[in-house]
Write a protein that binds this ligand. Structure first.
Ligand code: ZN
Ligand code: ZN
Length: 467
């Protein structure tokens, strides 16, 4: 998946840049790019010889990201690629201009790195930002345009990161945790659950000015797993803004995401992709011609698998929790029918985006059954003295298992006399006859029970011989 917006932007930016292509390495592959969410990791501040280390760093961080819920459960929906972009020099700029620490917090340096990664952005020391964003877009346009999420990995040992359009992290010990937190901003549009300042106070999935637990946007989670409405502070603007949890990954590193944030991730995953990888046959008109029809799905599944499939014929469910079904003639009403399959993620990690209506992905086929039901006529019983001759004709003979000849002495309790196999089953006519060589004294009631191959059956009219 990728967003048309990005593609257009990249095409535009790509025109103005040289078309240098950098090597792309696959870090995690779970499917074709068009059917997955594609994370791309760019190197900054790695020299050419250091790019091997970059691949190791990118692999380690990716492993940690997909070990954190809900990435853990939805890992199979993602691919991860690394683009090896060499910098002239190693590291990130540190101008030493931050106002929130006593500078220089670490040595002041000016580095020739490719994307201009620098500390002290907005005079905030830990704010590490690749300021040359046009270079980022240019590299992506030429080397890997199908991305959904950009992560810039900056080769510096000092603590820092940022989460705007790109998620950026350094290689400090917390690199993976910083990356995960920043992906929360960049991918799921989450707010910090610590107080990041007035400029960052906005309505987000996990930030609100509504303090009422009954009407707050995460009201359905209140009271579960530590979710409530917590003020960011006791005074000033901080007292006007609220978070859903006290220990979410969006507040402190080395935590889990709270339920509200997990739900925002899953919403985003299903904004970008769906669980139906492939299916057969292609949607459209499928005509039943007498052979069983097979329908099948190829799904990408969360772990544990919370997907439920429901198959419906003309709106009526007839099968569930199966990826493959077979339809016989008796399953398909005469004329045109709508076969629908719904794939529903019933995950308990989402509430507000109700699983029953939210995470539903469906396919439709028109299934035509123009084969008329078998028609039985000219059913005749003739008393031949010592025996009784029975004969009948059919038309539209198709999907018949057998013709069971039944007899009764009272017209109520019928018993099987014989069973005849269909002659052609080709949709055309056929004639049948048999003899009852030991008819009962008195009344003999005869009928034909027509067994269809799908297990359904019909009866002929009853004929009576009185002896
Ligand atoms: Zn943050
Ligand atoms: Zn949270």
């Amino acid at each position: 998946m990728n967003r048309a917006f990005n593609t257009l932007l990249l095409l535009f930016l790509g025109l103005a840049s040289s078309a240098q292509v950098f090597p792309v390495e696959t870090i995690i592959s779970n499917g074709v790019d068009d059917q997955r969410i594609n994370f791309v990791i760019l190197s900054d501040g790695y020299t050419g010889p250091q790019l091997t280390t970059f691949i190791t760093d990118a692999t380690n961080i990716s492993g940690d990201v997909f070990n954190k819920s809900p990435f853990l459960e939805y890992a199979s929906f993602f691919n991860v690629y690394a683009i090896k972009v060499p910098s002239g020099e190693s590291g990130a700029d540190h101008p030493g201009t931050a106002s929130d620490v006593s500078e220089p917090a670490h040595p002041v340096i000016d580095v020739d790195n490719y994307f201009g990664s620098t500390f002290d952005y907005f005079n905030i020391h830990r704010l590490l930002v690749p300021v040359n964003s046009s270079a980022v877009f240019s590299v992506l346009a030429n080397s890997y345009a199908g991305y959904d999420q950009i992560i810039v990995l900056t080769n510096t040992p000092y603590y820092g990161g940022s989460g705007g359009v790109f998620a950026t992290t350094s290689l400090e010990n917390s690199a993976s945790e910083i990356a995960i937190h920043e992906i929360g901003h960049s991918f799921a549009y989450l707010a910090d659950e610590y107080w990041a300042g007035d400029a960052y106070a906005n309505e987000k999935a996990n930030m609100t000015a509504n303090s009422n637990p009954v009407t707050v946007k995460w009201s359905e989670w209140v009271g579960q797993g530590g979710i409530n409405v917590y003020a960011h502070g006791n005074s000033g603007n901080q007292a006007n803004w609220f978070r859903p949890h006290q220990n979410c990954e969006m507040r402190f590193l080395n935590q889990q995401f709270c339920a509200v944030c997990k739900e925002a991730f899953i919403d985003r995953i299903y904004d970008l992709t769906d669980p139906i990888d492939n299916y057969s046959p292609a949607t459209g008109i499928i005509t039943y011609t007498g052979s069983p029809l097979n329908f099948s799905l190829d799904l990408v599944t969360p772990v544990p698998n919370t997907l439920k499939t429901v198959w419906l014929m003309n709106g009526v469910p007839f099968a569930s929790y199966t990826d493959d079904i077979t339809l016989n003639g008796g399953d398909i009403p005469q004329g045109n029918n709508t076969l629908e399959v719904q794939v529903i993620d019933t995950t308990l990690m989402s509430k507000s985006y109700a699983p029953a209506s939210g995470y539903v992905f469906s396919l439709n086929w028109t299934v035509k059954n123009n084969i008329l039901p078998v028609e039985l006529f000219n059913f005749v019983a003739l008393d031949r003295g010592t025996y009784v001759d029975l004969s009948w004709s059919v038309d539209h003979e198709q999907d018949i298992k057998n013709y069971e000849v039944q007899r009764s002495g009272n017209g109520i309790d019928f018993h099987s006399l014989n069973s005849l196999q269909p002659k052609a089953n080709d949709g055309g006519p056929a004639d049948y006859e048999m003899s009852d060589i030991y008819p009962l004294d008195g009344k003999n009631y005869y009928r034909i029970k027509i067994h269809e191959s799908d297990g359904s059956f019909n009866f002929s009219p009853i004929r009576v011989i009185n002896r």
